[in-house]
Design a protein around this ligand. Sequence first.
Ligand code: HEC
Ligand code: HEC
Ligand code: HEC
Ligand code: HEC
Ligand code: HEC
Ligand code: HEC
Ligand code: HEC
Length: 230
Amino acid sequence: MTMAKKYWLIAMLCLGVLLTCGTAWAMTDPCAGCHKDMSKVLPKEHPTVAAGGVAQCLACHNKGKEGAAEQNPFSTKLHTVHLSKKIDCVACHNAESGKSFGLKGDVVDWGAVKPEDVKLMQEKMNSWASSGFTDNLHARAGVDCAGCHGKKAPVSDDTVENARCLECHGPVAKLAERSANKEFPKRNPHASHYGSDIACTTCHKGHDASVVMCADCHKLWKMEIPGAAK
Ligand code: HEC
Ligand code: HEC
Ligand code: HEC
Ligand code: HEC
Ligand code: HEC
Ligand code: HEC
Ligand code: HEC
């Protein structure tokens, strides 16, 4: 074989590999079907991203994957934008009944879900995006599902423990300081005769109107709570 022929062969081989991988990426990537060029939809001032679909994004944006108790503007933005365009969850997600809930083209797994769980998540996500309840106060602050629920996709009857809320809002003493009533210092929702073990969700409902439970008995006290109404 001549040198020229050899280089030609190597060049063709490389091209073949590129084409195969490129096609495989386009087939499994959840974004490629709608976004040929992701750089067109990235926020202004965003770092340059190589082509290659959602896997490229997750290299830097891994908070949801790890279930971190942190704000996640990436996940919040993606979910609110596509929700507003009425794009279905399964456009991007794999929901294999009873087995896994993940992202198409990625190995991340947020645990076993059933079809009815996906429906419930969808309901909660609509609430999160627009309700005015606690969930929505968090969407506005860039806190997504994993920010509160952690590494596992939330399903029926799941809740959020105090410890998780306090990772971002704690310690309780700090909360109590902020919520001390100026006129009646003892009427403090975060420091009362219920002690500090009372579940945050007694008053702060994740996906429903929050209520000040103190008013069940102390009917004449005027106390307000964020996320009480639409
Ligand atoms: C079914 C089609 C569809 C799929 C699948 C899809 N998108 Fe989108 N995306 C849209 C539409 C429609 C918009 C809003 C119009 C626009 O800005 O192009 C949008 C907007 C965006 C935006 C702009 C958000 C902003 O700042 O307003 C980003 C970023 C984005 N998509 C990323 C992704 C990523 C990442 C994936 C894959 C995980 C994905 N999209 C999958 C249709 C889709
Ligand atoms: C080299 C690292 C890196 C990569 C790769 C990357 N990003 Fe980002 N992205 C950032 C940083 C840094 C920010 C700003 C801090 C933050 O919001 O986490 C950001 C923020 C965002 C935001 C939030 C904007 C807002 O509302 O505040 C979106 C949406 C986003 N990136 C989309 C993407 C998409 C889609 C991809 C894949 C195509 C991607 N990013 C890949 C680093 C990266
Ligand atoms: C445009 C693509 C897209 C659509 C549509 C989409 N998701 Fe996601 N979803 C993602 C991406 C990308 C991640 C990974 C985010 C991360 O790791 O920060 C994710 C992560 C998640 C997570 C777990 C981690 C987290 O960040 O909270 C849940 C739960 C979730 N999605 C639920 C849903 C539900 C329910 C729907 C439908 C109402 C939906 N998603 C629609 C792209 C999408
Ligand atoms: C501020 C923290 C917070 C955020 C953010 C949040 N949740 Fe929740 N979620 C809760 C709490 C607290 C509960 C327990 C029930 C309640 O108080 O409403 C809950 C319960 C649930 C349940 C079980 C509901 C039932 O009827 O059994 C599902 C499913 C759920 N959340 C899905 C989601 C999804 C999907 C997202 C993201 C779109 C999300 N959550 C974001 C706090 C949160
Ligand atoms: C990942 C961090 C994080 C977690 C976990 C979290 N929050 Fe938040 N929360 C925030 C951020 C950020 C804001 C918006 C900025 C602020 O007001 O502190 C917020 C806002 C709020 C507000 C509204 C404050 C106002 O004045 O409007 C309430 C109430 C609240 N959170 C309660 C909770 C409860 C209860 C839980 C647990 C079920 C919880 N949060 C879990 C980060 C978090
Ligand atoms: C007995 C009802 C009740 C319980 C239980 C409760 N809260 Fe509150 N929370 C309130 C009320 C009422 C307010 C509004 C206080 C105000 O406006 O001064 C509030 C305000 C807040 C705020 C906003 C404070 C601010 O000004 O930034 C946060 C964050 C918060 N609560 C988190 C929590 C967390 C976390 C827990 C659990 C450890 C918890 N709460 C338990 C009733 C409650
Ligand atoms: C199940 C009924 C009940 C609930 C709910 C309740 N309390 Fe009380 N509380 C009482 C009773 C009974 C007393 C003692 C009699 C009295 O002084 O009114 C009391 C006394 C008090 C006192 C001292 C008396 C005063 O008027 O200064 C304070 C302060 C107080 N409660 C705050 C709270 C706060 C804050 C909450 C919400 C976290 C709460 N209570 C929830 C029944 C309740």
